[in-house]
Ligand binder design. Structure first.
Ligand SMILES: NC(=O)c1ccc[n+]([C@@H]2O[C@H](COP(=O)([O-])OP(=O)(O)OC[C@H]3O[C@@H](n4cnc5c(N)ncnc54)[C@H](O)[C@@H]3O)[C@@H](O)[C@H]2O)c1
Length: 321
C-alpha cells in the first residue's frame, strides 16, 4: 500500500517533532523549507530530535517491570504499555531507524512538496502575516482533496480560513512540545470546517500516536492552556504578593490533589521566558503597582540571573543537584 504523504511547513521546534512522529508512524513525510539556510538550520534539529526520541524509546526498556511504567513511557512512540517487552522495544527501535531513513524528505520547491499531499500541517512562526502569506502561496498548488491544518498555539483557524482557498478542509491540530512523550493533539475546527474533515483529522492524530482531544467550538488557548494559564497565574500571584513561597505553594497543590507536580515545577518545565512573555501581554503588566507588574519584575530578575527553568539547570528549583 502506498504511504500517505504528510507535508510539514516550518522546520522549527514543533514542526521538526511533528514531521518525525509522522515518519515514525509510517507516513511519507516532507518538510517544506523556504531556503537553503533553513535547511542548514533544520537538518541538525531533525537529527537532534530523532536522537532524543530514539534515546527515550531505548530508555523505555529500563521501565519494563517498573510499576510506574505506564505513567512514564513515551506515549507517542509506544501505542500501549500493556504487554510491552524489551524485545518489542528493540523492534520499534529498528523501525525507527528505517522510518527516519526512508520517510523523511526535505523540499524547497513548494509545488513539488505539496503535490500528492494527504495532509499539510502548517507549523510556522506565530505571526499572522507570515501564516497568511504561506496560505496564499500554497492555495493554488494544493491538490483538491488535501487537508490543511495549523499548529498555531494562540491564533484561531477562523482568522485564516478565507486565505486557504479550502476553508471546509481547514482546522487546527495543536500538538504539545516533546510530542513523543506529551502526546496530546487538540483538534479545533472553525465554523466552516466540514465535520467529515474534522473526523478525518481526529483519525489522523490517532494514527500518528497522539490522543486526539476534540474541541466542539473555537477557544483561544484550546482546552489545555485555557486551564493552565489561569492556574499558573494564580500561583504566581500568591508568590508575588508574598502570601507564600514557591515550594509551599507547590506542596499545597500536590498534597491536596495528589498531582505529581505543582505550578512552580510546571513553570520550570515550560520555561520562565514563556511565562514572562505571557504575563507581559496583559495590559496591567505595564502599570506600575499592579500584581501583574510585580510578577513581571520578579520573573525578569530570575531570567536575568539565567534561572529560566529545567533547561537552564535552575529555575524555581535547582536541577543541578
Ligand atoms: N514551541 C512550542 O512549544 C509550541 C507548542 C505548540 C504549538 N506551537 C506552534 O507551532 C508553530 C511553530 O512554533 P515553533 O515553536 O516550532 O517555532 P520556531 O520559531 O521554532 O519555528 C518556526 C519556523 O517557521 C519558519 N518560518 C518563519 N517564517 C517563515 C516564512 N515566512 N516562510 C516559511 N517558513 C517560515 C522558521 O524558519 C522556523 O523553521 C507556532 O504556530 C506555535 O504557536 C509551538
Amino acid at each position: 500500500m502506498q504511504k500517505k504523504k504528510v507535508v510539514v511547513c516550518g522546520g522549527g521546534v514543533l514542526g521538526t517533532q511533528i514531521g518525525l512522529i509522522c515518519a515514525y508512524h509510517g507516513f511519507d513525510t516532507t518538510f517544506w523549507l523556504r531556503s537553503e539556510s533553513s535547511v542548514g538550520r533544520t537538518t541538525p534539529k531533525i537529527e537532534r530530535y530523532a536522537a532524543l526520541m530514539a534515546e527515550d524509546l531505548k530508555g523505555a526498556k529500563t521501565l519494563v517491570g517498573n510499576p510506574m511504567a505506564s505513567y512514564l513511557y513515551p506515549r507517542g512512540l509506544i501505542r500501549s504499555w500493556e504487554g510491552t517487552t524489551a524485545e518489542t522495544i528493540d523492534g520499534l527501535l529498528a523501525g525507527w531507524d528505517k522510518a527516519v531513513k526512508e520517510n523523511v524528505h526535505i523540499e524547497l520547491d513548494l509545488a513539488k512538496a505539496l503535490s500528492g499531499a494527504y495532509i499539510v500541517i502548517e507549523s510556522m512562526t506565530e505571526e499572522p502575516k507570515a501564516k497568511i502569506g504561506m496560505y496564499e502561496a500554497m492555495r493554488d498548488l494544493l491538490d483538491k482533496d488535501t487537508i490543511l491544518c495549523t499548529n498555531s498555539s494562540t491564533l484561531l483557524p477562523s482568522m485564516f480560513a478565507e486565505y486557504t482557498g479550502r476553508p471546509e478542509k481547514y482546522c487546527a491540530l495543536h500538538f504539545a512540545n516533546t510530542i513523543w512523550k506529551n502526546n496530546t493533539a487538540e483538534v479545533m475546527g472553525h465554523p466552516g470546517t466540514d465535520p467529515e474533515i474534522y473526523k478525518e483529522v481526529v483519525a489522523f492524530a490517532a494514527a500518528i500516536g497522539m490522543v486526539p482531544l476534540q474541541l466542539h467550538k473555537e477557544q483561544p488557548g484550546y482546552i489545555l492552556n485555557s486551564m493552565l494559564v489561569p492556574f499558573l497565574s494564580a500561583a504566581q500571584m500568591l508568590w508575588a504578593k508574598g502570601v507564600s513561597d514557591p515550594e509551599t505553594i507547590d506542596l499545597t497543590w500536590q498534597l491536596a490533589t495528589s498531582a505529581p507536580a505543582g505550578p512552580f515545577k510546571i513553570l520550570d518545565i515550560v520555561g520562565l521566558e514563556t511565562a514572562y512573555n505571557i504575563n507581559q501581554m496583559k495590559p496591567a503588566a505595564q502599570q506600575e503597582g499592579t500584581i501583574e507588574n510585580m510578577i513581571g519584575k520578579l520573573l525578569k530578575e530570575k531570567i536575568d540571573r539565567g534561572e529560566t527553568g529545567v533547561n537552564a539547570g535552575k529555575g524555581f528549583y535547582d536541577y543541578t543537584k
